[in-house]
Design a protein around this ligand. Sequence first.
Ligand SMILES: NC(=O)c1ccc[n+]([C@@H]2O[C@H](COP(=O)([O-])OP(=O)(O)OC[C@H]3O[C@@H](n4cnc5c(N)ncnc54)[C@H](O)[C@@H]3O)[C@@H](O)[C@H]2O)c1
Length: 252
Amino acid sequence: MRLQDKIALVTGAAGGIGSVTARCFAREGATVILVDIDLEACSRVCDDIAQNIGQASCSGVDLTSEKQVVELFSNIRRDYGRLDIVVNIAGGDCEPAASVESIDMERAMKNLDMNLKSCMLCCREAAKIMKPQAYGRIVNMSSLVWRGSPNQFSYSASKGGIFAFTRSLALALGGFNITVNALAPALVEVDAFTRVLGPERWQALAKASAERYPLGRIATPEDVAKAALFLASDDAAFITGQLLEISGGARL
Ligand SMILES: NC(=O)c1ccc[n+]([C@@H]2O[C@H](COP(=O)([O-])OP(=O)(O)OC[C@H]3O[C@@H](n4cnc5c(N)ncnc54)[C@H](O)[C@@H]3O)[C@@H](O)[C@H]2O)c1
């Protein structure tokens, strides 16, 4: 098992990618701390892991709240005494398909908070635990949209910001045996799309995207979880500051 005896925090663990990643890490031997703003859904994933796979605990935290994030990490320090891995998956896009003239600043700032601020806060608090233990693996969630999108202005800015922040952190933390990398998936099949777009629009989007991607399909949450597993494991011990695109060759 590739994460035997590791303590791993997975944020956004109630969601499509986060729940699969949490299960994948538990199967590889990690004790997984699941965090999401949706405590009810997060508890369901946590209970399933605890009953069928391995060690898990969960917390309901709004990761845009500095106070709640500080409390989360203080509880981790109290309960586990260390933290080996952080995978910052929580996030989303609350302003898709805006024209440049109609950027709504309230929603745009929400996107920056939900994606970039939450990641920054978790990395800051994680560094306080990881530096003294001289070990850490941090994996942040960017998106292929970091390259630019004609109608996702604040989302792409937040995901580009995560890549820049990841590189800066890698520079600052390398000397403490802490690696920091980011994932950039293209379209991933998650339930949230069916909920937001409805089944017909989602099917049309998935089909059109699959036709554009050289590998002829969109990503599964497992594709992303396996990339996170690689970067969180000691197989990636000499890789830091990198952005791994999980895109089936899209935008080559
Ligand atoms: N699905 C895709 O196509 C895709 C592609 C590229 C990147 N991503 C990124 O992957 C991540 C996971 O997305 P997903 O597709 O699994 O979506 P999802 O909506 O299923 O999961 C996102 C999770 O984050 C949680 N969350 C949101 N705001 C939070 C907050 N303030 N505090 C705590 N938890 C919060 C949500 O409750 C949800 O469970 C996101 O960062 C998203 O931007 C997704």
